[in-house]
Design a protein around this ligand. Structure first.
Ligand code: AP5
Length: 221
């Protein structure tokens, strides 16, 4: 299975990618997570990316394409993948197509989550992540757990991302509209694009995606 989860910041790409990765035992490849790990380690990539990320801007295409090329040609991605956060520009999408055809692989589809921008701002201003295992928490989850500063899975510290303050989120949404939204047409033209309602609760969004995946698999049988 090779799927791209697409959509503006905060629509739930990471949340859904994790569920799909568990369901189908394929890696969740999140360029945001990879970049944050690089920033944490202060690697060459991390030093290059940090300034762009903190400001809510896109990291340059050549850097991102190089990163994805390395991952897709590694054994990790052999069985498939759920891509989250890549591609984000038309040149990235074109490079991905070239990479996949060079590897003799085919993209199954692009699933786009649609959520109103005001809901995105609400979700991101309340989101916390675990510094150790990366688990994502929503405002609602944090309200019902006993220790809202510690991860329920590993006990790691929960933190708010630098780029989740309301002003940076608004800027990220503007960048999305300008740089990433045009990709919808890129994928629509090749019949690989499906848009779904991301305003529903997490399990319902997951179920919608599963229905799409199973339907497309049965269609191929
Ligand atoms: P990245 O980490 O990819 O951020 P993003 O795309 O802006 O997406 P988010 O991670 O903010 O949101 P999400 O859609 O995954 O939502 P989540 O599931 O967490 O990228 C960060 C930065 O890295 C970029 O700004 C850029 O600088 C750089 N970058 C990365 N890739 C790049 C690329 N290809 N090219 C150039 N630069 C790149 O959910 C959000 C919250 O909502 C959570 O609290 C969650 O619990 C909650 N939630 C989820 N689903 C629901 C639901 N259905 N109902 C209610 N709450 C929900």
């Amino acid at each position: 299975m090779r799927i791209i989860l697409f959509g503006p910041p905060g629509v739930g790409k990471g949340t859904q990618a994790k569920l799909l990765s568990e369901e189908f035992s394929v890696p969740h490849i999140s360029t945001g997570d990879l970049l944050r790990a690089a920033v944490k380690n202060q690697s060459t990539l991390g030093k290059k990316a940090q300034e762009y990320m903190d400001a809510g801007n896109l990291v340059p295409d050549d850097v991102m394409i190089g990163l994805i090329r390395e991952i897709l040609s590694s054994p990790k991605a052999k069985r498939g993948f759920i891509l989250d956060g890549f591609p984000r520009t038309v040149p990235q999408a074109q490079a991905l197509d070239t990479m996949l055809s060079g590897l003799g692989l085919k993209l199954d589809g692009v699933i786009s989550l649609r959520v109103e921008h005001e809901e995105v701002i609400k979700r991101l201003s309340g989101r916390k992540m675990c510094r150790t295992c990366g688990r994502i928490y929503s405002t609602q989850q944090l309200e019902i757990i006993d220790m809202p500063t510690k991860c329920q899975d590993c006990g790691g510290e929960l933190f708010q991302r630098e780029d989740d303050d309301a002003e940076t989120v608004r800027h990220r949404l503007e960048v999305y509209v300008k740089e990433t939204k045009p990709l919808k047409d890129f994928y629509r033209e090749t019949g690989r694009f499906i848009q779904i309602d991301g305003m529903l609760e997490v399990p319902f969004v997951h179920k919608t995606i599963l229905d799409i995946v199973y339907k497309s698999r049965n269609g191929k049988d």
